[in-house]
Write a protein that binds this ligand. Sequence first.
Ligand code: 13P
Length: 253
Amino acid sequence: MRTKHLLAGNWKMNLGPTHARSYAAQLKEAIQPLSKTDVWVAPATISAAVVAEELKGTALQVGAQNVHWADSGAFTGETSPLFLKDIGATFTLTGHSERRQFFGETSETTAQRTQAALKAGLEVIVCIGEMESERTSGLTKRVLEEQLQPVLAGLSADTATKVILAYEPVWAIGTGKVASITDIQETHQHIQKVWASHNLPGTAVILYGGSINPTNFAEILALEEVHGALVGGASIKLDQWLELIAIAERTGV
Ligand code: 13P
């Protein structure tokens, strides 16, 4: 169980190396000492090394938005978990809905990527979430169970402690729409049940993601079912990102 909030920024395909370095330098300069919050950033792969270099020696951790299941080989366009370790990355996302929607990734490949990252010693934020049509058809729970199944089936008591789940309803990503407080609570509780049904120890660390901003964040983070957030748009606007960090620091863990 984490003893701090986890605030992870997914920069998506924004901030190339030059911009990423200067953003990281500004962030490093402006950030206050943290006692209740772990702050992680996931730049685009091509920017991850410069950001890791810039943030070296700080409490901020750098990771990737995706990772391949093999250590090396003929996998054009992919990134080995060993390369991420090499640049000082400590974590990766897997299964982001944009990977599933636009690049044909499945829950099975998400599980393979997760396994490889864990084997390399990375922590993994596994992203799950239903599409709007699935929600309106009452399929949310089933979709989440199907997405979790292959990932959780591959975990041991040991590796489970290195996995974080991020619930990101697809219809809430980049839309300004946020799931209701009740929906977030119920869905996170259901995810905990799925976790327990796989006989994994303890409880899952579950982040919420989807249109998080400084206005809606405090209420969501205050929920006992929510252990942090995975943030897209607001994580690449320095003023908003700093404000989210400040809110996390003010909120009881
Ligand atoms: P937004 O915060 O821009 O809605 O993105 C959420 C997300 O997809 C983070 O992975």
